[in-house]
Design a protein around this ligand. Structure first.
Ligand code: MSP
Length: 638
C-alpha cells in the first residue's frame, strides 16, 4: 500500500525559513508515521521557479534565471537534508519532465473542451513587467509605485465556471477532502458565490513553460505549480496523492483550481488537503517581505533538529496559527525533553545498570502503568491519524509523568537495599524500561534523531523504523538482554546563552542568504548615513500633530489624506503612504510626528504640507512614530 504526500513547492525568491520548515517537518513526520504503519510512504517537495520576480532576482545577482534557481533550490534541498527530512522527490518546476506533464495536462483539458482563447484585461506595470492581480485601473505597482496600466492581451482561459456544481458535489461527497473544517467551510461558501474562468497563460513573460505550439504563451503561476505534485511521481503509480499539506493562504488554489484542472483532464483527484495555520513571529506572519523571519539552521546548530521539530509539533495546534519565540523554544526543550523524556531515559537506564547488571530484569507487571501504556498507544495513534499532533504528544507525556511518579513511589533505591524486595525492584525497572521503549517507538516519527539514540541505549534489537506501530504491545522487551551505553540524549540548555548564540548565527545566516538573492540586509544605520551637525538637525522642524481626519486617496491604494492639527491657525493637509498599514479610523485622534517644514508637494493632485514620520522596514509596512506619555499638540521635537 502506498501513501503519497506533498508539501507546497516553495518560491525561490527567498531561502528557507522556519515557516517553510514547519510544513516540511510535518510532512516528514507524517511520512515516517505512515512508514511505521507499513505503507510505502513517499514525500514530494520542491521549488516553484518561474515568473518575472525570479527573472528579476536573477538579474540582480548577475545570473541567468536558471543559474539563480539552481542556487536557491539547492538551499532548500540542502536545508531539508541537514534537518534529516526524508524527501523522496525534490521537484523543480524547471525540470523538463515537469514541463512535459504541464503541457500534457493542458492538452487533456483542451481536448475535453475546457480551454479557450480569450482576452484578458488586467492591471500591468510596464516598468516591472508585472501583472498586478486584483488591482483597479490606476492603482500603483506594488513594486515601484508607478501607476499600473490597463492592458488587454490574448490568453488561454480555463473554464473554471463549469466546475462549480462538480466541486460542491465533491466537497459533499468527501467531507474530509479539505481539512480542517473551518477551511472547508470557507471554500464551500466561496465556491457557492460562483466561479469565474481563469486565465492560465501570459504572453509578456519569458521565464515560464511554453504552451506547446502556441508561442509566445507561457503558463502562468498555478497551472504550472500545482502540476508538480503529479509530475514529481510520473510513471511511479503513486498518483493520486493521499495528502497535500499546505499553509492556509493557498487553500483556494488547492481546493478549487487543482481538483477542477484534474476533473477537466479526467484524472484522479487527491484524497485530502490539510491547510495548516501560520507561524507568527513578533506577532505577525513570518514572511520575507515583513522582514520578521527565523531560519532553521541556527536552531539546528545550537539545539538540534529534534528540538525544533518537537517545538513546532507540540506548541502549535496543527491547523491554527501559533507563535514562535526563542524563549518558548528553549523552554519547551528543557521542560519536556531534558526534564521529561531525557530524564526518564537516563534514570531508567542508569538504574538498570546499577541494580540489574545492565540487563533487562525479569518480566513482571506492577500497578496501573501497563494499562495506561496500552491506552496511550491507541490514543496517541488516533490523535496523530487526525493530525492532532499536539494532543498526541500530550498523551505520551502524561504516560511519561505517570511513570516518573510511579518510580518515585516505588523508590527502587530503597527496594535495592532489601533482597526480599527483588521482585518488586525488577517489576519497577521493567515497567520503566517498557514505557521508555513504547514511548520511544511512538515518538520516532516526531523525534527521529533522538529516539534512535534512546533505542540504541535500550539495546532493543532491530532498527527503530522497522517497528510497526500496530504491533506495539506491553511486554515485548526481553528479560536478560543487555542495554547499550548510557548517555544524555537531551542535555539541559542554558536559555540565555542559547538564545544569544542562535540570534548571532541568525544574523550570519541572514547575511549569507541575502547575498544569494542579491539583496543586502539593512546594515546598522550608523554605517549607512553620513554624520550631520546639530545645525543640520535643527533645520528639520519636527512637531507633534493630532490627526483630525483621514480618508483614502482615490486611485492610490497606498495613500491616505490626513487633516492634522499642529496648533496652527488651520489644520494641515498631509498625504501619507500608510494606507496599507492603517485604516483611516485607526488614525483619527492619534498623535503623530510631523516634519512640519517640508516644501509642499503634490501627490495624486492633493497638495501635501508636511510628512508623517514612520519606521520603515524594507519590504514591510510602515509603523508610525508616537509617544507613550501624553504630549501637547504642536510641541517641537528636539
Ligand atoms: N509556490 C507557492 C506554492 C505552490 S504549491 C503548488 C507558494 N510558495 S511559498 O514559498 O510562498 O510557500 C508557501 C508555503 O510555505 C505555505 O503554504 C506554508 O506551507 C509555508 N509557509 C511559509 N511561511 C509560513 C509561515 N509563516 N507559517 C506557516 N507556514 C508558512 O506559496
Amino acid at each position: 500500500m502506498k501513501y503519497y504526500l506533498t508539501t507546497p513547492i516553495y518560491y525561490v525568491n527567498a531561502a528557507p525559513h522556519i515557516g517553510h520548515a514547519y510544513t516540511t517537518i510535518v510532512a516528514d513526520t507524517v511520512r515516517r508515521l505512515k512508514a511505521m504503519q507499513g505503507y510505502n510512504a513517499v514525500l514530494t517537495t520542491g521549488s516553484d521557479e518561474h515568473g518575472v520576480n525570479v527573472e528579476r532576482a536573477a538579474q540582480r545577482v548577475g545570473k541567468s534565471p536558471k543559474e539563480y534557481c539552481d542556487v536557491i533550490a539547492a538551499e532548500f534541498e540542502n536545508q531539508w537534508r541537514l534537518l534529516g527530512l526524508k524527501v523522496d522527490h525534490f521537484q523543480r518546476t524547471t525540470s523538463p519532465q515537469h514541463a512535459r506533464v504541464v503541457q500534457d495536462l493542458f492538452e487533456r483539458c483542451r481536448k475535453n473542451g475546457y480551454i479557450y482563447k480569450g482576452s484578458y484585461t488586467g492591471q500591468y506595470c510596464i516598468h516591472d513587467n508585472l501583472y498586478v492581480n486584483d488591482a483597479k485601473a490606476g492603482d500603483p505597482c506594488p513594486d515601484c509605485g508607478r501607476p499600473t496600466e490597463t492592458i488587454t492581451e490574448e490568453n488561454f482561459f480555463f473554464k473554471l465556471s463549469a466546475f462549480q456544481d462538480k466541486l460542491l458535489d465533491l466537497y459533499n461527497r468527501e467531507p474530509k477532502f479539505i481539512l480542517p473544517e473551518t477551511r472547508r467551510n470557507e471554500v464551500v461558501s466561496f465556491v457557492k458565490t460562483g466561479l469565474t474562468d481563469l486565465s492560465i497563460t501570459r504572453t509578456n513573460i519569458k521565464w515560464g513553460i511554453p504552451v506547446a505550439g502556441e508561442a509566445p504563451h507561457v503558463f502562468y503561476v498555478w497551472f504550472d505549480a500545482l502540476t508538480t505534485y503529479m509530475s514529481a511521481v510520473e510513471g511511479e503509480h503513486l498518483w493520486p496523492a493521499d495528502l497535500h499539506l499546505i499553509g492556509k493562504e493557498i487553500v483556494r488554489f488547492h481546493a478549487i483550481y487543482w481538483p477542477a484542472f484534474l476533473m477537466a483532464a479526467e484524472l484522479p483527484l487527491p484524497k485530502r488537503i490539510f491547510a495548516h495555520g501560520w507561524l507568527l513571529f513578533e506577532e505577525s506572519k513570518m514572511s520575507k517581505s515583513r522582514g520578521n523571519i527565523v531560519r532553521p539552521e541556527p536552531i539546528r546548530r545550537v539545539m538540534g533538529a529534534d528540538a525544533l521539530r518537537y517545538f513546532l509539533m507540540r506548541e502549535i495546534v496543527f491547523g491554527q496559527d501559533g507563535s514562535f519565540s526563542y524563549d518558548a523554544l528553549v523552554g519547551r526543550y528543557n521542560s519536556d525533553l531534558a526534564n521529561g523524556l531525557g530524564n526518564l531515559a537516563s534514570r531508567t537506564l542508569t538504574m538498570i545498570n546499577q541494580y540489574s547488571g545492565g540487563a533487562v530484569p525479569a518480566c513482571t507487571t506492577e500497578g496501573a502503568i501497563p494499562g495506561l501504556a496500552m491506552q496511550t498507544i491507541s490514543a496517541a495513534t488516533a490523535a496523530f491519524e487526525e493530525f492532532e499532533f499536539s494532543k498526541g504528544l500530550e498523551t505520551i507525556w502524561s504516560l511519561l509523568s505517570a511513570t516518573d511518579k510511579f518510580i518515585v513511589e516505588q523508590a527502587p533505591w530503597t527496594l535495592a537495599k532489601n533482597p526480599d524486595l527483588r521482585p518488586k525492584l525488577d517489576a519497577t525497572l521493567y515497567t520503566a524500561a517498557e514505557v521508555l521503549r513504547i514511548a520511544t517507538a511512538l515518538l520516532a516519527p516526531v523525534l527521529p534523531e533522538s529516539t534512535a539514540k534512546i533505542w540504541a541505549q535500550l539495546g532493543t534489537p532491530g532498527p527503530l523504523d522497522a517497528v510497526r506501530i500496530r504491533d506495539l504491545a506491553w511486554g515485548q522487551l526481553h528479560p536478560g538482554h543487555k542495554i547499550g551505553e548510557v548517555s544524555a540524549v537531551f542535555p539541559r540548555i542554558d536559555t540565555a546563552k542559547a538564545v544569544v548564540e542562535m540570534r548571532a548565527l541568525e544574523e550570519e545566516e541572514a547575511a549569507r542568504q541575502a547575498a544569494l538573492v542579491g539583496k543586502t540586509p539593512p546594515p546598522p544605520a550608523a554605517e549607512t548615513t553620513p554624520k550631520i551637525s546639530i545645525d543640520d538637525f535643527v533645520k528639520v522642524d519636527l512637531r507633534v500633530g493630532l490627526v483630525l481626519e483621514a480618508e483614502p486617496v482615490r486611485g492610490a491604494s497606498k495613500l491616505l489624506k490626513l487633516k492634522v492639527d499642529l496648533a496652527e491657525p488651520q489644520p494641515r493637509t498631509i498625504v501619507a503612504g500608510i494606507a496599507e498599514a492603517y485604516q483611516p479610523e485607526q488614525l483619527i485622534g492619534r498623535k503623530v510626528v510631523i516634519v512640519a517644514n517640508l516644501e509642499p508637494r503634490k501627490l495624486r493632485g492633493v497638495e501635501s504640507n508636511g510628512m508623517i514620520v514612520a519606521a520603515s522596514i524594507e519590504g514591510g509596512k510602515p509603523t508610525l512614530a508616537g509617544f507613550l506619555e501624553d504630549v501637547p499638540v504642536g510641541a517641537r521635537l528636539k
